[in-house]
Design a protein around this ligand. Structure first.
Ligand code: C2E
Ligand code: CA
Ligand code: CA
Length: 409
């Protein structure tokens, strides 16, 4: 039917028809849109009715999280219209949720099953063992415990001085001069070691801690600017430090004031700060974002579109938002020698940035060959392990000296 949502289907049954029977594979749950059904348990010749369900009720929902066979028969009493919710659809949604939610749901399901009288000795036990393995409850449990304790510990990380900014050099092509840095946050967890921002930033976004972390990053990067600048060498006039902002930070109505006062407190020129935002962040928050970005850009702050090409979006937002720089995602850069498509995508992205008068940066430059091909193609900057990995501030000056930018003194 045309008005079905993906994963949800309408099914219409006459009266006295089984929707499913005991022992059937459980693949879906149902909500009664109109009509009513009876729930029967027991062997075929001795079935007894345990419930009658009417409009709005849901049944068969255990099947949503589990591959168990049905433990009851459900039969319509009158012509009945049902909305069918497929397990595969719910599983897809669940897999995209965080491990704590996944774990809690599975735990609740387990409790529900035990309390509703299923015993390990019944005929489903073999199937159940398989299911347990497929969901890997131990992995899920470990992931949930890790997430919970990281979320808890993260709230102390700033006050306990466990966060650090690493800086990754950004190199102008083809001259190969050091032009700027991207600030990348690191968390030194006291017992779990170094935790990747890929793990704790999403957690901070969910718990709201991102605002404190984001401000800490901004202030630290701006505070480090004097040191970073002295590594750039006197010939570099448009040096910069780039800071990543995630969606909740960008939607903070005070963000413009926060940036302005942080810059003026350190006497840092606005042009030397660059904000990096991903396509996904801007697209999901177009209304709020455009007003904030206009103000930041008017102040002189650079705005880079990060991970370009990965957001599955049209290009409409490029004409609406005041970007000054486009960062081509590393997945294209890393494959540009092996994949003709990646090469062509990079070529088009460079052409696009030229036409829109945006600076272009290629991320993930891991070898000299890639760097020189990008330079030939007209890419303005490169960033990647070929030049340098992200490093602590204390290592920047000596790295810059060895790279050929000895600084003023
Ligand atoms: P990103 O902004 O795309 O940052 C680039 C990531 O690629 C960094 O990982 C960097 O270490 C890595 N990288 C750089 N060059 C190469 C290369 O040649 N090869 C490979 N394989 N990787 C390279 P990192 O530092 O782990 O950061 C991951 C992501 O975490 C960042 O992706 C960014 O989205 C987020 N992130 C990092 N710091 C912050 C922060 O302060 N605030 C926010 N909101 N997000 C941050
Ligand atoms: Ca970035
Ligand atoms: Ca990136």
């Amino acid at each position: 039917m045309t008005d079905d949502l993906p994963g949800f289907k309408r099914e219409i049954f006459d009266a006295q028809v089984a929707v499913f029977e005991t022992g059937d594979a459980g693949e879906a749950a149902y909500v009664i849109e109109s009509g009513c059904v009876e729930v029967l348990v027991g062997a075929q010749d001795a079935q007894r009715r345990v419930a009658v369900l009417a409009e709005g009720a849901m049944f068969g929902e255990v099947a949503l999280l589990d591959h168990q066979p049905r433990t009851a028969t459900v039969r319509t009493l009158v012509p009945t219209r049902l909305v069918r919710i497929d397990r595969t659809h719910v599983e897809e949604l669940l897999q995209r949720s965080d491990p704590v939610i996944q774990y809690l749901l599975r735990l609740l399901l387990e409790r529900f099953r035990n309390s509703s009288g299923r015993s390990v000795g019944d005929e489903d036990s073999a199937a159940h063992a398989k299911t347990a393995q497929a969901h890997d409850p131990q992995d899920l449990h470990a992931a949930a415990v890790r997430t919970l304790s990281l979320a808890h510990d993260l709230s102390n990380a700033i006050d306990s001085d466990q966060l650090e900014l690493f800086y990754q050099p950004i190199i102008a092509l083809p001259a190969q001069t050091l032009s700027g840095f991207e600030a990348l946050v690191r968390w030194h967890h006291p017992s779990m070691g170094l935790i990747s921002p890929l793990e704790f930033i999403p957690l901070a976004e969910k718990t709201g801690l991102i605002h404190r972390i984001g401000q800490w990053v901004l202030h630290r990067a701006i505070g480090d600017w004097e040191t970073l600048k002295s590594s750039l060498g006197p010939q570099v006039e448009d040096g910069f430090v780039a800071v990543n902002l995630s969606a909740p930070e960008l939607c903070n109505i005070n963000i413009v004031d926060i940036v302005r006062s942080a810059l003026s407190a350190q006497n840092m020129p606005t042009q030397a700060l660059r904000i990096e935002l991903t396509e996904t962040t801007v697209i999901a928050n177009m209304g709020t974002v455009s007003h904030i970005l206009e103000q930041l850009r008017a102040m002189g702050v650079g705005i880079a579109l990060d991970d370009f090409g990965t957001g599955y979006a049209g290009l409409d937002y490029l004409q609406q938002l005041p970007f000054s720089c486009l960062k081509i995602d590393m997945r294209f850069v890393m494959q540009m020698h092996s994949s003709q498509r990646s090469y062509q995508i990079i070529k088009s992205a460079l052409e696009l940035s030229r036409r829109l008068e945006l600076k272009s940066i290629a991320e993930g430059v891991e070898d000299a060959c890639t760097a020189s091909l990008l330079a030939q193609m007209g890419c303005a900057y490169g960033q990647g392990f070929h030049f340098a990995r992200p490093m602590p501030l204390r290592d920047v000056a000596s790295w810059a000296a060895s790279f050929g930018n000895p600084g003023p003194g």
